[in-house]
Design a protein around this ligand. Structure first.
Ligand SMILES: [Zn+2]
Ligand SMILES: [Zn+2]
Length: 99
């Protein structure tokens, strides 16, 4: 999926509906620091069939969303879900949050 297709997806009614569920849920908080400010939704895997799958979506504050993209770069470091725990610990360490 290229960035144009992803952009189309982000404008789709299915996504907007799901995004609003997260937005309106008072429990939605950053996966790394628990903040509820400036929440972004991140997809671990950019695959069409997984884009509406809640296990492929994580909420992050703007700062930690940036951090995740910064450390992942162009490499698909979280191609599978098994590495998610390690990824979260690594991000927490980088953010200076004790695990
Ligand atoms: Zn955060
Ligand atoms: Zn993201």
């Amino acid at each position: 999926m290229n960035k144009y297709q992803y952009q189309d997806f982000l404008n789709s009614s299915e996504w907007i509906k799901l995004r609003n569920i997260y937005k309106n849920d008072s429990n939605t908080s950053c996966w790394i620091c628990g903040s509820k400010d400036e929440i972004n939704l991140h997809h671990f895997i950019y695959q069409k069939k997984l884009l509406l799958d809640p296990t492929n979506i994580v909420s992050l504050c703007a700062k930690h969303h940036y951090l995740l993209h910064f450390i992942s770069g162009k490499k698909k470091i979280h191609r599978n879900f098994r590495s998610l725990k390690g990824l979260r610990e690594r991000l927490k360490n980088l953010a200076g949050i004790k695990t």
